[in-house]
Ligand binder design. Sequence first.
Ligand SMILES: [Zn+2]
Length: 222
Amino acid sequence: MNTMSQDYCPNCKAQLKDSMFGTNKMLAQSVTDVINAANEKETLGYCNKCGDDLFVTSLSKLRGDIKRLKHDLATSYQIAIPAITIPNPAKWEYEVLGLVTAQSVTGTGLFSEVNMTISDALGKESESMNKKIAEAEIVCVNRLRDKTVEMGGNAIVALNIDYSEIGSLRGMLMVCCTGTAIKITNTTILNIGVQKALTDISNYRRDLNIILAVCKPYESLS
Ligand SMILES: [Zn+2]
């Protein structure tokens, strides 16, 4: 029996052991995947000694990457995937792909500032509420854009945005969006900035899917 490959860590060559005087074991494949993805390596495996701390920093790096990619993706979506309320825009030739829907729930931040005067409260509440509604709208429409791209589309027509207060929880607002995903076929009408953003979108989505898959086993450890 060849035990050589089992006895030493392939990364740091430290001896693997499991005794009352100390342990040093190989880390799980999913841990190896996280470390390799964060450091662009293809190492076969890591042990407690070389991998424990590296795993923590790697996971945190990948979480940062996820945040950055989501932000960049949201920006590119807003540049490249028009979402408009009119059902049949002039000059666009397109195929209809189907219905897209999305929801986003937000706390409005109302009823929290009990010590303000009424007029202060109304002013601040409406300001904070406007901001939160605007953010919830962007999140919601970007979800529609994401679904549209998933379906092979590049624009949304007949966009409708609806608001409702949900359940018995006052101060929770739901934004619902619906639209029709389409694929514009005369893409020569799209400007160069839009075409670049479309390329960015497919790169960001590919990178994001890879990182999300690697981090999935550790979702709860955030
Ligand atoms: Zn090691």
